[in-house]
Design a protein around this ligand. Structure first.
Ligand SMILES: [Zn+2]
Length: 181
């Protein structure tokens, strides 16, 4: 990958390198800086306890540069939780994050290599801290559960993906737990 100026700028801006102690984002080909529809990042995940290294390429469609950096930061935190190792081993590469959709967040199949998210979509949800708008990082955690693990919104009260993926990640990030689908 190109280790040019754009890469280090992105790393500095998002504190990717320090946030999870060993996650590095690199920018390839300057696509991000050029504002092209597809920007590719490579994450090199280094487990501190052993030598396993995995690479995951994430491609963005749509969204502004600032929005993409925000999503990158959210993903960085999500991949920093205990679900990380399993999530990484299950994730297809490349993972596509499509930010060009309107008023929705979804995947087309489970599992899936593409997640569609409108960054202005924040539906009210019921949590143990009351009714609150769903943040993008929560929506990402939810959709990653579908796309990476193939989890479905089924089971008792359709809570399976929430119980398996969304709530464990949110809990570790100090956010309220969702009580209803
Ligand atoms: Zn769902």
């Amino acid at each position: 990958m190109d280790k040019g100026r754009d890469c280090s700028d992105i790393v500095r801006r998002t504190d990717i390198a320090t946030a999870t102690g060993g996650v590095v984002a690199e920018l390839g080909g300057g696509k991000f800086a050029n504002g092209a529809l597809s920007a590719a990042f490579v994450y090199l995940f280094r487990e501190s306890m052993h030598t396993t290294r995995q690479a995951l390429k994430i491609q963005f469609r749509g969204g502004t540069k600032t929005e993409r950096v925000g999503v990158l930061s959210d993903l960085n935190d999500i991949f920093g939780t205990k679900r990380r190792a399993k999530m990484l081993s299950n994730t297809q590469s490349p993972l596509v994050i499509d930010l060009s959709v309107k008023n929705r967040a979804y995947i087309q199949n489970a599992p899936s290599d593409t997640i569609y998210i409108d960054l202005n979509f924040h539906p009210k949800i019921s949590t143990d801290s009351g009714s609150i708008p769903a943040t993008t990082r929560r929506i990402l955690s939810h959709e990653l559960g579908h796309s990476v693990f193939g989890a479905l919104d089924d089971g008792i009260n359709r809570m399976n993906n929430i119980n398996l993926n969304e709530n464990p990640v949110m809990n570790e990030l100090g956010m309220p737990l969702r009580l209803e689908y």
